[in-house]
Write a protein that binds this ligand. Sequence first.
Ligand code: PMT
Length: 401
Amino acid sequence: MLKGKHIVLGITGGIAAYKSATLIRLLVKRGAEVQVVITPSGKEFITPVTLSALTGKPVICDFFTANTGQWNSHVDIGLWADAMVIAPATACTIGKMANGIADNMLVTTYLSAKAPVFVAPAMDLDMMAHPSTTRNIETLRSYGNHIIEPASGELASHLIGKGRMEEPEKIVEVLEQFFATDKPLAGKKVLLTAGPTYERIDPVRFIGNFSTGKMGYALADAAARMGAEVTLISGPVAIKPNERTVEVVNVESACQMRDAAVEHFPGSDIAIMCAAVADYAPADPHDHKIKRETDEIPTIRLVKNPDIAATLGQMKREGQTLVGFALETDNGKANAERKIRSKNLDMIVLNSLSDPGAGFGTDTNIVTMIQPDGESKTLPLMQKTEVAREIMQAITEIHKS
Ligand code: PMT
């Protein structure tokens, strides 16, 4: 996919600049041509000699090369690129890109580039969480740039949190997916549910669950990359899809999710129910906060929520594919097989909370895809992004047949 592609790699002054060497090696190995444009502070973290040895090209930092008199045209570099990747992208460079502050070769090239731009932020967790950084990243997203979200883990400061530049292998994978010409879901509409639902007890309290939306959002991105038009009905989560084309419908409760799903399902070719829907809701949510200044312990009477997957299962017409998830703690396969029948599904994806690294909140999952005839395929522990790709490929095959 990357053979012959021209990649401009922008490197800025962050400790993760050491990973750029690996990134270049991986890109060159796949047949890409890489041109490095580095900021002056980037050179403090990795030397141009290393980078140019790996790319086979001089590293560009300045508008003008003093010893040869050569003028480095940011316009030409921008036009040469099939993709521009800024990795690592510091808070400073992200801020400059968001605001058009073209005071170095890298940002000037960025402003001239017509190619898709991929930004892999890397910084300390508090810088990452600062409203200014968040706003600048959102601005870049709104320009159509692809943000390769940083991972969580131990940072250069030894603090633990979100801010580690994504691994070079992952960045290459994002590029490969982008350039994949194969769009098997082009022209197809995919509907997804993701995240938890919140069922109000009173204006400040709710019944919910630990779903973060990571699995469902990864599926939405994977479907969009395969060419589908994606509608994602999402419960309250703190994440966003990476693919700009994904249309998000935000809901809070199971009833709101059911209403949105019922509205969108008739126009969909494929529907995937990944949300962790609360099975019960308070029967009489209070309009005012329940006070604790009384000896009486309140009792919350619950009513059953609608089963969204089963509702769509009843509505399903010829040609539509409906896929559910099963989140189990025990008797996984038997429960999943029961759900596939009772909800009229074409496939169910079983994940179990008894498997370490699977289920809620993790970046990884372990799933078994089960079909109505009992045929099943278990995937090993993988990143949710990779699991999503495998699931979407399996669903595409089912939908075709
Ligand atoms: O969001 P993450 O933190 O990444 O976690 C991902 C996940 C664990 C939430 C996800 O992988 C998952 O398993 N989602 C389904 C959770 C669930 O509710 O499973 P269930 O076995 O209770 O439900 C079976 C199926 O019916 C699911 O497709 C569910 O969306 C659907 N359902 C359930 C209840 C209900 N009232 N309406 C429904 O549509």
